[in-house]
Design a protein. Structure first.
Length: 146
């Protein structure tokens, strides 16, 4: 397996990574994804792809965040293994790669959120020695229409 960080403008983002990412984020169109990455890149958003025999089998969106609670952490926005490649070590390899990036960047924590309905993912994260340390609270905001 080969793991690569993909920069904005790289054709592999739309051709390879996005189809895998859409398994987790089906609302993403190519235009929306390009827009989000274009804006998010300046905020530290990065995308990493995992390839096996030239085929993208895993995707991760992540960023390094400095804040008062964790000081510096690598936060994983998205982590997905293509359905046909699950239980083959892709997720473990991506987590290991990102954890190494976190350590090299001086992070004190490595964290992610996972939807409450994603019980298979929770079993995987617990098996990979991630701990449940907080509740995440969200309130959807409705934008005023012009």
């Amino acid at each position: 397996m080969t793991i690569l960080d993909l920069e904005p403008g790289d054709a592999r983002l739309a051709d390879d990574l996005l189809p895998v990412l859409r398994e987790l984020r089906p609302h993403l169109t190519e235009d929306l994804f390009r827009d989000v990455y274009g804006k998010g890149y300046a905020q530290g958003l990065r995308f990493t792809a995992c390839y096996d025999d030239g085929v993208c089998v895993g995707a991760a969106g992540w960023r390094i965040v400095d804040n008062t609670s964790q000081i510096r952490k690598l936060y994983v926005d998205d982590l997905v293994t293509a359905e046909h490649a699950r239980s083959t070590g892709v997720g473990r390899r991506l987590l290991g790669y990102l954890e190494q990036r976190a350590q090299e960047s001086g992070c004190l924590e490595f964290s992610l959120d996972s939807g409450t309905h994603r019980t298979d993912a929770h079993r995987f994260y617990l098996r990979e020695r991630l701990a449940i340390v907080a509740f995440s609270f969200t309130k959807r905001l409705v934008r005023d229409r012009d």
